[in-house]
Design a protein around this ligand. Structure first.
Ligand code: HAM
Length: 476
């Protein structure tokens, strides 16, 4: 038999997809599930209904002020690529080095909960071609940020910021505009505050200054904390705002950056201060204010509570106390910001100047409480709808919906059956009238209208109740 030649088959080699190796997250069913009652995580908190009145005021004030000064609302995702914050905030900063909530998602992306939103503003400006809009593009935001910091009073792992950013114009009037808007925000809430301000120049003047600063610090090295010794190599400007007492003493005699500003940076700073003078904003030139984020150029500022805010009553309203004038006091800033003229270019956009600020809202609420500032009561309720019996409950619910659509301020407690407990709630709410619907009224087509102040009760035709209430409450 002739040998049949085996046909050589050429196997098609399939292209193998290279799959990125991802460090496996522990499978959900491999996580040890605690049997104890779940607790809120450290550094996080619930904002309970009793606290909402403060948030209502802050939200309303933020929206009003931002709109008055021409800012438009923008909202961002909570999660972004980790590299956005590394590039924007800076590799050597505390925020990026120690405080980011970073993780690898299921697709292998390195992502982080946002520690701040200025980086997002810059990203969005580039992504959405905002350079084609009339400049400056003025944006505001209000929402949660995340930093894995050591929790303490006024410092949380999730906190909220109200932020303002004016992008696309280098005029110093915008620095002043951002400062006055942030300052007004806290001042109009009843807090006494002052502005701490400095200029950290541009990359040219800062380069020269850093040499001078390091020359000085080299002679003081033995008096510095370990962190500051590291800062000498990594981030010399941050030497100036170390909170250690011995380092603060060294910083006192350090060369001041304002003496090293180039002509352009000096002129810019002088103009910003002139605007603040005209606006009569209390500020203090603080040569040690450098801020903890790397994107800043020229103006940097913070809003500090003045002594006299809170329960203390000393001193002139809003004026910086002596320690604040010298920039010595370890302060808890309510807000901060500055110019960031290089950030958008650093992220791949065109060179675009910008300036902005953010205010820490939990810190503002703490100060409001310390100062015993009353948050206005919730809305005034005019009418309480009470009911007795299942059939009356159904009819009362329908009436309630009609009253709501007619624009009355109303309240109810439909899950309760007893009239006494319902009227107690009506009393607590300080309502003007209670409408009471029982079996008898239901069968007669009437309803009781009780004047809660005088206690007088009248029976009226249920079909005329809307008209009657409108008349009594002076509604059209
Ligand atoms: P920042 O100084 O890091 O600046 O934060 C602004 C404010 O957020 C602080 O003054 C403080 O009130 C509040 N804050 C910061 N960390 C915490 C925390 N762990 N717990 C409670 N409140 C906190 C920025 O975030 C910049 N993005 C500001 C900016 C906007 N610069 C230019 N544009």
């Amino acid at each position: 038999m002739p040998k049949t030649k085996k046909k050589k088959t050429i196997k098609k080699v399939k292209k193998v997809k290279v799959i990125k190796k991802v460090k496996p997250e522990p499978a959900i069913n491999a996580i040890k599930v605690s049997k104890s009652t779940p607790q809120v995580l450290r550094g996080f908190k619930d904002i309970l209904p009793s606290e909402q009145k403060y948030w209502d005021i802050l939200r309303a004030k933020a929206e009003k002020l931002a709109t008055d000064f021409g800012f438009e609302r923008i909202d961002f995702p909570i999660v972004e690529e980790t590299s956005l914050f590394i590039r924007a905030v800076g590799k050597e900063t505390d925020i990026v080095e120690k405080e980011m909530f970073s993780f690898t998602d299921k697709g292998g992306e390195n992502v982080s909960l946002r520690p701040e939103a200025t980086a997002q503003v810059a990203r969005a400006y580039i992504n959405h071609g905002m350079l084609n809009l009339p400049q400056p593009v003025k944006l505001w935001y209000f929402g949660p940020m995340f930093r894995y910091d050591r929790p303490q009073s006024g410092r949380y792992r999730q906190f909220n910021q109200f932020g303002l950013e004016a992008v696309g114009d280098l005029h110093p009037v915008l620095d002043a505009l951002v400062i006055i808007t942030s300052y007004n925000f806290v001042k109009e809430l009843g807090l006494k505050v002052n502005v701490q301000i400095n200029s950290i120049g541009c990359s040219t003047c800062r380069k020269e200054y850093k040499v001078q600063l390091l020359n000085y610090y080299k002679t003081q090295r033995s008096d510095l904390c370990e962190d500051c010794k590291n800062r000498m190599a990594k981030n010399p400007l941050r030497l100036l705002d170390c909170k250690e007492e011995k380092c603060q003493a060294v910083a006192e005699d350090a060369p001041q950056i304002v003496d090293w500003l180039c002509e352009e940076c000096k002129n810019h700073f002088v103009k910003v201060l002139e605007f603040l003078d005209d606006l009569e904003i209390p500020y203090n030139l603080n040569s040690r204010l450098v801020r903890g984020l790397d994107y800043y150029t020229k103006t940097v500022f913070e809003i500090w509570p003045s002594s006299g805010s809170g329960q203390e009553k000393k001193g002139e309203a809003g004026a910086p106390a002596e320690e604040e004038k010298e920039g010595k006091k370890a302060q808890v800033a309510l807000g901060g910001g500055g110019r960031y003229d290089n950030l958008i270019e650093m992220l791949g956009g065109r060179a675009t100047p910008a300036v902005g600020a953010s205010i820490g809202l939990e810190r503002v609420i703490l100060k409001i409480k310390e100062a015993n500032i009353e948050a206005p009561a919730k809305r005034q309720v005019d009418i309480f709808v009470a009911q007795l019996g299942e059939a009356a409950k159904r009819k009362a619910m329908a009436l309630y919906e009609t009253l709501r659509q007619e624009g009355f301020e109303i309240a109810e407690s439909f899950s309760k059956d007893g009239l006494k407990s319902q009227l107690e709630i009506a009393n607590k709410l300080n309502v003007k009238y209670a409408l009471i619907l029982g079996q008898k009224e239901l069968s007669e087509g009437t309803i009781l209208l009780r004047d809660m102040e005088g206690g007088v009760q009248e029976t009226i035709n249920i079909n005329k109740v809307i008209k009657e209430l409108k008349k009594r409450l002076g509604k059209q």
